[in-house]
Design a protein around this ligand. Structure first.
Ligand code: ZN
Length: 402
């Protein structure tokens, strides 16, 4: 519930803010500004909000707001609730009218603008949203919500350099314990800037960017892949092999992403054994590595060794019975061997209880599912949140060890 956190921060900010005075002179007499907030409607509204009953929250908070038309935060929350419900026009109207108030302090002004920026963003009014967030930052340069939303907007526009600059401002504000995560995001953004340079065929700049990404985060996997591609484009095969080797060393769990490249390069340089040895080493280091088994089996099947390929595939199947790719490879290998009955039976035994599915990757943050590993979630737009999901825990490999 990001939205709730933002809301609580907004409330805290307003309560602490010196600008919030309890009493105010209106029409010649002092009135208690806490009136709206002390009404039962306000408390009820907040409770409905926490229970995620948005309609009831709106109802109660509207009543609280009608008790005191000055109660800034109640109106602000109401506007935010309209936005959450998708009533963006209504949200914009509420927040815009709050901005017309002459009595707003600098901080209050910034908060209302932030809400308005979120309305624009939700409504797809990108330019106006950018303008609003930038104005918030002019009033309140350390406003992290404005910076985060600005970064996401730039990312959506593929304005990677702007996104990078915004993230850098955030990194400087971030607590030291969240620095590594921030560095990793900067590395992904460097990688995107590098890819733009690749599209322009500016290999010098691309190399610089990919290298910078790796320096920021040694586990910036796509930067290794892309740096190797640039070196291949520059006909530097040795250099490409070296950077992909480094990737396998620093992130063996993601090594499979480089398998196709490494295999192609090994075959190209007349040394296909290099690829075989790499897969065998990975399997030796981690017996659960079904992807290395699958890759090696494809390599062996392609070089006319279907029986060995099949042994590897059966072992991989025990590790991960849900991966469709393994089943497809098994059927190809069985076809090459002309479907010997004993091996077909073995396959039947191994798959008796298997469940198939096509999208084993899931975003840890929002549960979005994907058939492949994605670096940025298309749903929540967070970076590097995908993990491979398995329905059942992998069995012990020892019985079918290859
Ligand atoms: Zn997500």
């Amino acid at each position: 519930m990001n939205f709730l956190m933002a809301l609580i921060a907004l409330l805290a900010g307003l309560a602490i803010g010196k600008a919030w005075e309890r009493y105010k002179l209106r029409g010649g007499k002092w009135i208690d500004r806490r009136r709206a907030r002390e009404s039962p409607h306000y408390i009820l509204g907040l409770n409905f909000l926490v229970a995620n009953q948005i309609d009831l929250a709106i109802e109660e908070l509207s009543r609280a707001a009608s008790l005191d038309s000055d109660a800034l935060e109640v109106h602000m929350i109401l506007g935010n609730l309209y936005r959450e419900k998708g009533q963006v026009g209504k949200a914009i109207t509420v927040h815009q009218s709050l901005l017309q108030r002459s009595s707003l302090s600098r901080l209050e002004h910034a908060y209302v603008l932030l809400c308005l920026g979120l309305d624009y963003k939700r409504g797809g009014f990108v330019d106006r949203a950018l303008e609003a967030f930038n104005e918030v930052l002019r009033l309140d340069p350390k406003n992290e919500y404005a910076l985060i939303n600005l970064q996401k907007l730039h990312e959506e526009q593929h304005a990677w350099t702007d996104a990078y600059d915004t993230r850098q401002r955030l990194t400087k504000l971030a607590a030291t314990d969240s620095q590594p995560q921030s560095q990793a995001i900067l590395a992904f953004l460097e990688n995107e800037i590098g890819l733009e340079a690749v599209r322009r065929k500016d290999y010098h700049e691309a190399t610089r960017r990919f290298q910078a990404a790796i320096d920021l985060d040694p586990r910036a996997v796509p930067a290794y892949l892309n740096l190797g591609d640039v070196r291949m484009a520059q006909e530097n095969e040795k250099g490409a092999a070296a950077i992909w080797d480094t990737l396998v060393q620093v992130a063996p769990d993601r090594a499979y992403l480089a398998f196709d490249r490494i295999e192609k390069l090994a075959v190209l340089s007349g040394n296909p054994e290099r690829f075989t040895r790499l897969c065998q080493r990975l399997i030796g280091d981690n017996p659960q590595d079904w992807r290395a088994r699958l890759a090696l089996s494809r390599h062996l099947a392609a070089s006319g060794r279907p029986q060995e390929a099949l042994d590897l595939l059966f072992a991989a199947l025990v590790q991960n019975p849900h991966a469709l790719g393994i089943h497809q490879a098994i059927w190809r290998a069985l076809g090459q061997l002309r479907h010997p009955a004993s091996l077909v039976d073995r396959y039947g035994e191994l798959t008796e209880h298997a469940v198939f599915y096509l999208d084993p990757h899931v975003c840890m943050r929002c549960r979005y599912r994907s058939t492949e590993l994605l670096w940025q979630c298309p749903h929540c737009h967070d970076w590097n949140t995908f993990v491979e999901e398995r329905i059942a825990p992998a069995q012990d490999a020892t019985e079918v060890e290859v």
